[in-house]
Write a new protein. Structure first.
Length: 476
């Protein structure tokens, strides 16, 4: 996991310099996957997007009376994830008499700030072609299985090719990656006891801001629109203790999207107490156990044999599991709340609030003293500057913490740091109003230099109020 300082520096460089991240090297061939008892393991290579050579292994039963169905496993997020990451699933599915291809994920063209689900889908289709060509595999019965991020990639690949016989997703999403990630991060804060405007406005708007600034690749990828184009039989699997993907919101969204596209050949299933990857978990989803949820591998094997044998499900979707907290949509920002306007406002507020005391200091060093318009003006400048700088410092700190953020001490459900920032925002707003009243009372008696200084402060304070509402500092 990146440190907070590394994450903040990366965000700063990406926003201000807008420099594209350097491409990583193409993955080299990984070590051969050993064949467990009763299975064979064969190394394969195939071409992915851009002609990139990818390496994988096919696991299958040592004996087969007839060509068997096959499945390509598409892993979750991360650059260059090795094929061994899905070895547990591959072995379990191979023991269900499926031919299973796992492969080393690309690192070229894939980073925190740049990735393409379209390119990953092309990689997956290359793997499908490689598996369909294997001896002992029925080319008409090869499908895709996608975990987490692969739950966006596998349906996209299937929507592009009739060579894909079926689609399975585990911990998949029929929502945008931004909405899923926001739920993931906010769930971590809620587990720590935090709630309120920090989550509803601060974190949500920072996530949208980061997406607009290019810091969240594929943020608005529409998983529902893709599912509308999937014509193959679909199996969706979720663990009831999934802490990364909303296990209650996604199944109805997936079913609705499939039905909009005219596809009722789907099965949705939930494994009690299982985590994001449908593994057993000893602590409610915080830690992934090695073993798969009981019955999960058997479900995959039976379902694949059924659908490839012509026995199709018909909208088989029981009620989804209960979810601790709802996910919240995070649509693209309007022009005024997008990255560059927010950056301009941020630096203007800092400069304008800081200018008030700096101006006074310069005058004092020059031996010129002038009576300030109001003592309230000093409070407006100090509180406004601290609140603006503090909001982004605190929100970026929480963002860098990832899935396990520590909001610090709490007062009720309000983090003390956030509460202090909210009190500073109230102080800045009240002090701005009091300064404006003093200006009105003074009429035309305000000296020219003080008029400019106070006018700049009042402009900043007036702009600060809607800004603070937007970021949740003045929200009720």
């Amino acid at each position: 996991m990146r440190t907070a300082m590394t994450a903040l520096l990366a965000c700063f460089l990406a926003v201000l310099a807008l420099a594209p991240p350097a491409s990583a090297a193409a993955p080299a061939a990984g070590p051969a996957v050993p064949a467990p008892p009763g299975l064979t393991s064969t190394d394969v290579t195939f071409k992915g997007h851009g002609g990139l050579t990818l390496h994988g292994s096919v696991l299958a039963g040592a004996k087969a009376a007839a060509p068997r169905p096959g499945v390509v496993l598409v892993t979750g997020s991360g650059s260059g994830v090795p094929r061994e990451h899905l070895l547990t699933e591959a072995v379990a599915f191979a023991r269900q008499d499926l031919a299973v291809l796992i492969y080393d994920k690309r690192s070229e063209g894939y980073s925190d700030f740049r990735r393409s689900y379209s390119e990953l889908a092309t990689d997956a289709l290359g793997a499908v072609g490689a598996l369909r060509a294997r001896p002992g595999v029925d080319p008409r019965k090869v499908g895709l299985w996608g975990l987490s991020e692969g739950g966006w990639v596998a349906p996209l690949a299937a929507s592009r090719s009739a060579d894909v016989a079926f689609v399975i997703t585990v911990g998949g999403n029929a929502m945008t990656p931004l909405r899923q990630q926001l739920w993931n991060e906010n769930s971590g804060l809620r587990r720590a006891g935090a709630d309120g405007s920090l989550l509803d406005r601060g974190k949500r708007n920072l996530a949208r801001w980061g997406a607009d600034a290019g810091l969240f690749a594929e943020a608005y990828f529409d998983g529902g629109k893709v599912l509308e184009k999937v014509r193959q039989p679909f199996l969706g699997v979720w663990g009831t203790r999934d802490l990364q993907t909303p296990p209650g919101d996604n199944p109805p969204l997936a079913a609705a999207a499939l039905r909009r596209g005219g596809n009722t050949r789907y099965t949705l299933r939930y494994f009690e107490g299982a985590d994001h990857a449908a593994h057993q978990t000893p602590d409610g989803g915080l830690t992934r156990g090695e073993a798969l949820a009981p019955g999960y591998a058997e479900l995959v094997g039976t379902w694949v044999r059924d659908v490839t044998g012509g026995r199709m499900p018909n909208a088989d979707a029981p009620a989804p599991p209960k979810q601790d907290h709802p996910s919240v949509d995070a649509p693209p920002s309007a022009w005024w709340e997008s990255a560059w306007p927010q950056i301009v406002v941020f630096f203007f507020l800092l400069a304008a609030f800081a200018a008030y005391p700096v101006w006074a200091l310069v005058r004092r060093l020059r031996g010129r003293r002038a009576r300030p318009l109001s003592r309230w003006a000093r409070l407006a400048a100090a509180a406004g500057f601290t609140a603006v700088l503090g909001v982004f410092g605190y929100l970026f700190y929480l963002m860098a913490a990832g899935r396990w953020p520590d909001p610090g001490p709490l007062l009720g459900s309000e983090p003390v740091v956030w509460l202090v920032l909210r009190l500073l925002a109230v102080a800045a707003a009240v002090a701005t109003a009091a300064t404006a009243l003093a200006w009105r009372r003074a009429g035309g008696s305000v000296p020219g230099g003080e008029r400019v200084r106070a006018g700049l402060l009042l402009t900043a304070g007036t702009l600060f109020v809607p800004w603070a509402f937007y970021w949740g500092l003045l929200a009720l």
